[in-house]
Design a protein around this ligand. Structure first.
Ligand SMILES: [Zn+2]
Length: 84
């Protein structure tokens, strides 16, 4: 078969699973690149880090991020003089 091009190796930064997929295939579309900014980076004005996640970990991340956003919003609204 010789050398074949147009493939990428994808590795999940959370669960460490990995696979080879042909570029542009439906398999490659079930992997996701996300940006994450932790509090230290945000305070220092640094760029967010980029992570690659498999589809299962991406769905888990979406739930986690939604909960984190809700906690942050609750914290922001709990300041002095704010309605709770
Ligand atoms: Zn994963």
């Amino acid at each position: 078969m010789g050398r074949q091009k147009g493939y990428s190796k994808l590795s999940c930064d959370r669960c460490q699973s990995s696979t080879f997929v042909s570029d542009g295939s439906t398999d490659s579309q079930s992997w996701h690149d996300i940006s994450h900014l932790n509090s230290m980076a945000a305070a220092g004005g640094h760029a967010p880090s980029t992570l690659t996640l498999c589809d299962d970990c991406y769905k888990s991340f979406q739930r986690y991020a939604t909960n984190g956003d809700a906690l942050f919003d609750k914290w922001l609204r709990s300041g002095k003089g704010q309605e709770s």
